[in-house]
Ligand binder design. Structure first.
Ligand code: NAD
Length: 423
């Protein structure tokens, strides 16, 4: 593994992108710029070895991480990802984006993230449970309801969180529901959590479109990633009478200018594991997806998916970042020059962590809210934060991303300053 220096990122990597984003906002931070290096150094990064006995009797070792980027505003908060491409540097960037996101929507958390380098599709359910429990046990020294609260991310789900909660509780000798969020509802999970990120993507897209004078009804939408975030955003878009004209996932790309039937596609993905083979739309090649005729593009798969050449081809007027970091540095500049409005990830996909916050609050009080109440509070926090960002962007004449970072970095660094340094 190449040595990782926080200040020498791999060029073009998510951490490189993040550091450039921080540099971009520094001139807007005034006296708080004195503290800006705080944002370039993770507070704590743990690498763990996860040995498990496989079903065939072999012992396999996996590498896992938990990074707490910044804890100035509260305990760490951020998901756990299972993916073959997970690296410490990737988790570092994802944890930093959580610091920014939690501050941008003003919930009382720092930023953290975790991950295991594994292809979960190659593991049985039994092996996945062992992997999750051993990982939880290894990182248990730094997580907890007042320290750092993991949640689902790519390839992890409420079942993963149930195993994490159970393992942590067993180690503590008592029920600790608040150690993770995104749990099953039977176990202290919150109503509305599973759909919250997709709902937030939809809400911010709707609000941004409204500002641009673009009615959602009849708007043509393309969605990359048809998992938890992408499929729900697509479903809510379709319910608002937008026309989902193209979808892409790891298995293929589909287009239908008359609109793809999203509930039917969701059923297809449930039974086939991907969108490939869906017959009610035309299969197109991976690169053509980026050039489809659409008004709104929602990348909701993985980071770095929109590079320079793809940014040149996008026809949409509005791009809403469902995924974390889907647009790389070069592409961000191209989209800006082309006049395409980008709603940044730190606000667009914050719905999941906002409802995670509600879950954590409900767990502390052991008193649970109705789904309507949760959706109303989500809408109020997310749209309130989005409007603040829009206003700041106008006031500073900067893109929405820069405005979101200015607001977030000011909150984090104000907390840092008022807490002071110890000793
Ligand atoms: P998921 O595992 O449910 O879905 C991921 C989707 O991306 C799948 O449809 C998969 O096929 C697709 N995909 C993977 N590789 C691809 C590729 N190379 N090309 C095209 N499609 C590809 O994950 P998710 O929870 O929907 O997360 C998606 C993104 O949203 C991630 O960046 C994640 O960090 C971010 N996010 C998720 C949440 C949440 O609550 N789940 C919250 C905030 C941000």
């Amino acid at each position: 593994m190449p040595a990782l220096s926080y200040l020498n990122p791999t060029p073009g990597s998510p951490w490189d992108t993040y550091l450039a984003q921080v540099d971009q906002v520094t001139p807007h931070l005034g006296k708080l710029a004195r503290w800006v290096e705080t944002l370039k150094h993770p507070k704590r990064a743990l690498i763990v070895d996860i040995p498990i006995e496989m079903d065939n009797g072999d012992v396999a070792h996996f590498e896992g991480y938990r990074v707490q980027h910044n804890l100035s505003r509260g305990p760490g908060k951020g998901g756990v990802r299972y993916h073959p491409a997970v690296t410490l540097e990737e988790v570092l960037a994802l944890s930093a984006w959580m610091t920014i996101k939690n501050a941008a929507v003003n919930i009382p958390y720092g930023g953290a993230k975790g991950g295991i380098r594994v292809d979960p599709k190659l593991l049985s359910l039994n092996e996945l449970e062992k992997l999750t429990r051993r990982y939880t046990s290894e990182i248990s020294i730094i997580i907890g309801p007042t320290k750092d609260i993991p949640a689902p991310d790519v390839n992890t789900n409420p079942q993963t969180m149930a195993w994490m909660m159970d393992t942590f509780s067993a180690l503590q000798g008592g029920t600790v529901t608040g150690v993770v969020t995104g749990k099953p509802v039977e176990l202290g999970g919150s109503l509305g959590r599973v759909r919250a990120t997709g709902r937030g993507v939809y809400l911010t897209a709707r609000e941004a479109a409204k500002t641009m004078g673009m009615p959602l009804e009849g708007a043509k939408v393309a969605v990359q990633g048809f998992g938890n975030v992408g499929s729900i955003a697509a479903e809510l878009m379709a319910q608002a009478h937008a026309v989902v004209v193209a979808v892409q996932d790891h298995s293929g790309s589909l287009a239908n200018p008359a609109g793809i039937n999203i509930p039917t596609l969701i059923q297809h993905v449930r039974s086939c594991g991907g969108i490939a083979g869906f017959t009610e739309a035309e299969a197109i090649d991976e690169e053509s997806f980026w050039g489809v005729d659409c008004d709104i593009m929602i990348p909701a798969a993985l980071e770095g998916q929109v590079d320079g050449p793809r940014a040149q081809r996008i026809k949409a007027r509005l791009l809403v970042e469902g995924a974390n970091g889907p647009v790389n540095r070069e592409a961000d500049q191209i989209l800006l020059e082309r006049g395409i409005t980008v709603v940044p990830d730190v606000i667009a996909n914050a719905g999941g962590v906002v409802v995670s916050y509600f879950e954590w609050v409900q767990d502390f009080s052991s008193f649970f809210w109705s789904e309507d109440e949760i959706n109303l509070r989500l809408e109020s926090i997310q749209l309130g934060a989005f409007r603040d960002i829009q206003q700041r962007a106008l006031a500073l004449s900067v893109p929405l991303r820069t405005a979101a970072y200015v607001i977030a970095c000011q909150r984090v660094l104000q907390a840092r300053e008022v807490r002071g340094l110890y000793p």
